[in-house]
Design a binder for this molecule. Sequence first.
Ligand SMILES: Cc1cc2nc3c(=O)[nH]c(=O)nc-3n(C[C@H](O)[C@H](O)[C@H](O)COP(=O)(O)O)c2cc1C
Length: 223
Amino acid sequence: MDKKEAFIPYEHVEYPVDDMIDRSNSFYEFMNSRRSVRHFSNRKVPKSVVENIIRAASTAPSGANKQPWTFCVISNEDLKNKVRKLAEAEEKESYARRMSDEWLEDLVPIGTNWEKEFIDTAPYIIVVMKKVYDMDEDATKHSNYYVNESVGLACGLLIAAIHNAGLCTVTHTPSPMNFLTKALSRPENERAFLLMPIGYPAEDAQVPNIKRKTLGEVVVYYE
Ligand SMILES: Cc1cc2nc3c(=O)[nH]c(=O)nc-3n(C[C@H](O)[C@H](O)[C@H](O)COP(=O)(O)O)c2cc1C
């Protein structure tokens, strides 16, 4: 049997500088057209597309290559409705009591409230779980590293892959999210990180008219 090589050649793809400039600009323009969408159509989405989106998210770098994520894909209508009800109960409490006045004020331009109809409407809901540690079948624990950073990066790629497929999502954090570990019967080493619907936008979907910071506002050069 061949021994696995410890290192293999990196297959680099280089572009002529003009192409590099074009590609970087068109990727920026493409990503700049992404918006968080909160009004979904119930049109079906092929499961294979969702699987490719998750494959893309799973290419994210991760601390010591631990890939400390699980993507729970919910299309079952009853389970979506159960998750919606649980999420809305947390959100109702958050909007009424847990969120500060400043936070509520900051959300005014976004126009969100405790209602999460999209959890019922979107054909797929993905709950991204972070594995705070790994667990063998015999329940032996193993460390994971930089779990939040790693899972955050995977979610960024997930969002980009959803947009690339011509579909929409919104990053939803029905906080605290521990109800999801139980509702989805996940093991104790998994904690809910984000909830993301996947689907087509509703025909009349609108998004808040908000602005992104300019390059000058987000970059500091040291030349
Ligand atoms: C960590 C995180 C949590 C968020 N939580 C929510 C949420 O619970 N509900 C919601 O409607 N949007 C949520 N958002 C989406 C933001 O409101 C949205 O990204 C922001 O307003 C910018 O809009 P854009 O995504 O269209 O550029 C969240 C975004 C992030 C990154």
